[in-house]
Structure formats: C-alpha cells, structure tokens
Design a binder for this molecule. Structure first.
Ligand code: GAP
Length: 514
C-alpha cells in the first residue's frame, strides 16, 4: 500500500511538472479541492471529452447534445430533491476537531476486512508455495471465514442504515466497530448530521430582493428541463437521448486524492428517454455500452469492475458504478442509473407544465422513463493518467518516465526534431511541422541532445517523434520513433501523414465501438 501511495505521489507531481494539472490559486497557497488544467492537461481533457461526445452523438443517431446554463431556476433543485436530500452524513471527532463522512469511515472499515483476508491469502501462499489453491483456501480456511462473516454483517447493517437514512445507527456502527479518528486516535465522536452539498449564491442586487440560486451539483437537471424543447424541435421519438458536458459543483467535505473528489468538476452525462417498462432492458444495454467505451482505450480490461448499489439515490430504481483500479483502490468513475420517471414527473408537478410524450404506436401519452449514464471528466482523466504512468528501466541502466497514453487521447501527437541546429535541418523540420500541424497537434523541438528531447516527449505521452537528419536532405526520409517500443524506422516524409493518422485518430477508437 505504501508503495502505491508513493507511486500516486509521483503521478501527482509529474502532472504538475509537465503542465497537466496545477493547484488552483497556487500563488495564494491554493484553494482546497479545486484544480486548474495546464497546457497538456487541457488537451488531454478535451480529447477525453471529444471521445465521449462523438461516441454518444456520432455513433447513435437517436442521441443529440445540448449545453444548458449552470444557473437554473432554484425551484428545479427543490423539484429534483437536491434541496432536501442531497446530503452527506457528517461526524466530528471532538479531540482532533476534524470532520469526516460517516459513510466513508465505515467503507474504510469494510476495506480493512478485505485487506485482512488478502493478508491471510498472502501468508498462506508463502507457506504452501506452488501447490497453493487460493479458491480452496478462501472456501475452507476458518480465520478467513470469521473475517468474511464480520465484513458481511457490517455491510448488511451499513446498507440498511444508509437506506433508512438512520443517522443514529451510522454513529452506533462507528462506535461498535471501534473506529478511531486517524488524527487523534480517539473514539470521541459527535452525533452524525446531514450536510447539504450544494453551493448557494445570490442573483440580482439585494435592493431588488435577490434570489438565492445554486451552482448545479449535476448537469442532468439541465437536460430534464429541456426535454420538451429538444423532443419537440428535434422531432425526437422514443427511445432517444440527450447528452451534455459541463461543470458541476459540490461542497465536498472529504475532498482528497487529488482530482478524484473536487469541489468544482466536470461531468459528461446522457439521459436516455424510454417507454415505461423498457427501462431495465436499456439499463443493461447502457451498462454494456459504457464498459465497452472504457475498455476500447486499452488501459487493461482487468482494471474495471461493476459495483451494483445497495443504497439507491432518491430518484433511482437500479444503479451500477463502473469502478477503475486507481493506485488507491477500485473507485467509481462512472454511474449508470435507472432514474424512473422521477425527474420529469417532479418537474411537471413543480412547474405546472405538462411534460409528456405522445406515443403514436401506443396511441397514448405518458411520462418517459430515463436511463442515465454519468461520468466525471476529471476522474476519467485521473484513471488515464494513473494507468499510463511508468518509470521504465532501460538497457544500460538508464531510466525514463513515460506516459503510455492511449494515442488518440495524447495531448501532442508528434514532435519534429532536427538532429542538429544547422545545415538546413531546422528549416526542413519546420517544413514538416507546417504540413502536419493542420491535422495533428505537432511540436517542434531543437533544444538539448536528441536523447533529452525524446525523454521530454515520453514524459507527456507523445506517440511519435520525427527526427530530421542529413540523410533527409538527400532522400526525403526521416526516422519515426515510437513512444512505447522506442523503435525507430526510416520512413518517407510523404508517408508520415498516413502512418500517424492510422494510429492517433479518434476515428480508429470509435470504430472499435461500432
Ligand atoms: N447525475 C447523476 C450524478 O451526478 P453521481 O454518481 O453523483 O451521479 C456522477 O456523479 C459522476 O460524477 C461520478 O461517477 C464521478 O465520476 C463524478 N463526480 C461526482 N462527484 C465528483 C467530485 N466531487 N469530484 C470529481 N468527480 C465527481
């Protein structure tokens, strides 16, 4: 675990050193859980967004996009349930004066039981060597059975408390499990209280009677309140979807792990409107589709898993997370929710406007049901960054840090380098840049030794380096170096465009989904 923590720390400092992510307001000592994206970060982020947007809107002829405002009428948040129910259960330790999420403390306790089981397995593997049968051991070992029983009992009690919103029970679980504050080491806990996560601000001057508005905690409501506009103007027929990418804001109390949990973040959400009764069919369809989207990036199929929810949000009748193996464990990156007709019905009730669909096949009007896919851009960014980072030992004792980014997502696609800064090589290299730059993000670099220049590009994940040397002037060929294999091949300048395009275009990624 300590080793994983070290790797994560290195990834965080790499992200800063190479212009991916900076702490917000850094020269003023930073603003907690708020981050800025630098020159390479913004490109990677834009590529992730483009991959999602095109997978939704190009590959599905029944999905269209919108871009709704962050500020919305405050009654929307009353209707959606966020004013009353978008809460985290908080608990304070009286000695350290630190505040925690009660559910997170219990989830960490559950993870400790899993760690204990993993330790028993590791010990046994060492003892039995080659002949060790893990499945058999897990089934038959008494100590493992004892730990698993405790974990399962805790899990059941926790799920029931969360579902019933039973704050006293959450506190009792923390006491019964003897969970201590990581700072003070004591069990001197306060009561558990609900804390609303929405940021409030005021619109208009106070003299006019300012209106309290909220910074949206999800982009989804902007889609629901535009359902009729899009359905009517786009002449959409069920089933159809509306996609949106945009900022969301949550006053997270436990804001940790870099860009994993932020107070200002970005979501890519799609609401898919279906006939009532068909929601489970589409829930299964979108679970499958979304996992395929993730896996097409080639970060490693074993790094994903589904996690079905025990506690359903106030609007859902089924929900699954797609979790990704971060350096700090499997964590939610995307949620797929069957939201029933809750949101549209609530907006109908609160706005007094009829929000229905006339189904010409059934010859009746009804409120559509909704399947939502909701993914955090920043978490996606983090999963790509963490799984791409490698400190590689090279032959001859040298090392390099390389980002094996999916080529279509890389911020820079190719870098053109003259071997030396004379003899007409820079001019030739510039000529190549001036041709490639219309299709690919292309860097020109002539500073330092060629080896150092390669390392700089490896560190930001550039898939190709093109070196112009004296032979280039004679026969119109260059060396094309691949980031991952470091292999160099001699190719004609005329072939560069095709060779690079075949590997880095989003198109090739999208085709894997078709
Ligand atoms: N509209 C449904 C919804 O917002 P959610 O599970 O609360 O569902 C969806 O959020 C996704 O948004 C999460 O899977 C995660 O990727 C991202 N997300 C949520 N809170 C976040 C935060 N504080 N920082 C970064 N990403 C966050």
């Amino acid at each position: 675990m300590a080793q994983q923590d070290d790797v994560f720390k290195k990834i965080v400092s790499h992200a800063k050193e190479y212009g991916f992510v900076f702490q917000s307001s850094e020269i003023y000592d930073g603003l907690s859980a708020v981050y800025d994206y630098g020159q390479n970060g913004v490109e990677l982020k834009n590529n992730i967004k483009r991959y999602w947007w095109e997978a939704m809107t190009l590959l599905h002829e029944n999905i269209v996009g919108i871009d709704s405002a962050i500020f919305m009428h405050p009654t929307i948040w009353k209707a959606s349930g966020h004013v009353d129910a978008f809460n985290d259960p908080l608990i304070d330790n009286r000695d350290s004066k630190k505040r925690y999420r009660a559910d997170v403390l219990i989830e960490e306790q559950l993870a400790k039981y899993d760690d204990k089981i993993a330790k028993e397995v590791a010990k046994a593997r060492k003892r039995f060597g080659e002949s060790f049968d893990e499945a058999m051991f897990l089934q038959t070992n008494g100590r493992v059975a004892e730990i698993a029983a405790k974990r399962d009992a805790l899990h059941e009690r926790f799920a029931a408390a969360m579902n019933d919103n039973n704050l006293d029970e959450l506190r009792q679980i923390i006491l019964d499990e003897e969970i201590v504050c990581p700072i003070s080491g004591t069990r001197n806990w306060t009561e558990v209280r609900q804390f609303n996560l929405m940021f409030k601000t005021e619109m208009g001057s106070t003299a006019d009677g300012a209106m309290t508005v909220y910074l949206r905690p999800e982009t989804a409501q902007g889609i629901f309140v535009n359902y009729l506009n899009v359905q009517k103007t786009g002449r959409m027929r069920l089933p159809f979807g509306i996609a949106q990418i945009g900022k969301a804001f949550r006053n997270e109390i436990v804001a940790r792990q870099f860009i994993f949990r932020m107070r200002e973040f970005e979501q890519m959400e799609m609401q898919f409107f279906v006939q009532p009764g068909r929601e489970m069919e589409y829930f299964a369809y979108w679970k499958d589709q979304r996992l395929r989207w993730h896996k097409a990036l080639g970060l490693g199929d074993e790094k994903y898993r589904y996690h079905d929810h025990d506690k359903l949000a106030h609007y859902a009748n089924a929900a699954t997370d797609i979790e990704f193996q971060m350096p700090f464990g499997f964590k939610e990156v995307e949620g797929i929710h069957s939201r029933t007709n809750f949101d549209l019905s609530q907006h109908e009730k609160f706005s007094g406007k009829k929000i229905q669909y006339f189904d010409p096949e059934r010859n009746e009007s009804y409120t559509p049901y909704v399947i939502e896919t909701s993914i955090g851009v920043d978490r996606m960014f983090l999963s790509v960054l963490c799984s791409s980072y490698e400190e590689q030992k090279l032959e001859g004792g040298d090392t390099r840090v390389v980002l094996h980014l999916p080529e279509a997502l890389a911020p820079v696609k190719c870098a053109v380098m003259p071997l030396v800064k004379k003899d007409g090589l820079p001019e030739k290299a510039r000529e190549i840049v001036n041709d490639l730059k219309f299709d690919f993000a292309t860097h020109y670099d002539e500073k330092d030794s060629i080896g150092k220049r390669y390392r700089r590009q490896d560190a930001i994940g550039t898939p190709f380096c093109i070196t112009v040397d004296h032979q280039t002037l004679e026969d119109g060929t260059v060396t094309l170096r691949e980031r991952d294999s470091m292999q160099q091949t001699r190719v004609a300048i005329a072939d560069l465009h095709r060779l690079i395009h075949d590997r880095v275009s989003l198109n090739s990624l999208l085709r894997k989904l078709a």
